[in-house]
Design a protein around this ligand. Sequence first.
Ligand code: NAD
Ligand code: MG
Length: 302
Amino acid sequence: MNTPDVVRNAQKLVSDQEGKSFPPQEQTPPGLTGEMTPVPDHGETTWTGRDRLTGLKAFITGGDSGIGRAVAIAFAREGADVALGYMPEEQVDAEETARLVREAGRTAVLVPADLRTHAECERSITEAVEGLGRLDVLVNNAGFHWSRGEEGLAGLDLDDVERTLRTNLHAVIWLCKAALPHLGEGSCIINTSSVQAYDPSTALIDYAATKAAINNLTVNLAADLGPKGIRVNAVAPGPIWTPLQPATRKASDVETFGADTPLGRPGQPAEMAGAYVFLASPEEASYVSGTVVGVTGGKPVF
Ligand code: NAD
Ligand code: MG
C-alpha cells in the first residue's frame, strides 16, 4: 500500500530529529507556530476538499494554530466559511490561517478575544455570527495546560488552575450558551477533549479534570439539544505537535513527546482534521451525537 502523504509528512517531521520526537524548546504561552522546530503540518499540501461542508458557517476557537488551523483549512476546502477565535498576541498565526481559508475561496472572519470572561465569550459569538451571517458549527477548540512546575497536587499553582479551568471549561459553557439562540435543526457543536480525560497524568491534574468534564458536558448537551435537532460531539486528541506543547511543557518533555503511543510517534494537526470534518458533516454524521471520537495514535479512549 502507498503511504499517504499526510503520514509521510508526520513520520518525516519526527525522524528528521535523530530518534527524538522534537528538539528541546520552550515558548511563552500561548506560543507561535513560526517559532516551532519543526513547524507542524496542518494539511496545507495534503487536504483535498470533497464538498462535504458546502455552505456551512463555522466558528473555531483557537483557530489560529495547531489543531484549530488544520480544522480551518479542511473546513474551508470542504466548502465552509470560517470565523477564527484566538488571543490578540496570536495575530500573526490567525492571519496565516485566514490566508489559507481565503486561498480556498472561502470567507475568513477574525475574532480576537481572551475567552476567560463571560463577556468576551458573548462578544466573540456575536462577532462570529455577524461576520458569517449565520452559525451552523461551533468548534470549541481553545485550550490551555501548564506542566512546568513540580508534578502533582503539591505543585499546582492556583493561578494556573484558574487559567486552565476558565479557558477549558467555563469558556466552553459560556460559548455554547451564547451560541444556542443561533443554532437550530441540523447545526452542531464539536468540543475538544483529550486522551487525558481517560488516562490522566499527574503532571496535568487540573487539565485532565477539565477534559473529563468536557466529555460529560458533551453527553449532557447532546441530550438537551437533540430535540432541537442540534448534534453535540467531541474529539479527543492524543499527543499532537502544536504550539501548546513547547509553550507549556518542559523542554525535555518535548524531546519524548508522543513516542509512547502504539503508533510510536506524535501526531500532526493535519491528522486531526478528519474527525472534525466527519462530525461537522450534516450527511455523514446525521445520526452521530453525544459521542467522543478518539484520535490518539492508539491510546485508549474508554
Ligand atoms: P494550540 O496552541 O495551537 O491551540 C490552542 C489555542 O487555544 C491557542 O491557539 C489559543 O488561540 C487558544 N487559547 C488558549 N487560551 C485562550 C484564551 N484564554 N482565550 C482565547 N483563546 C485561547 O494547541 P492545540 O494543541 O491545537 O490545542 C487545541 C485543543 O486541543 C486544546 O483544547 C487542547 O487542550 C486540545 N488537545 C491538544 C492535544 C495536543 O497534544 N496538542 C492533546 C489533547 C487535546
Ligand atoms: Mg495559537
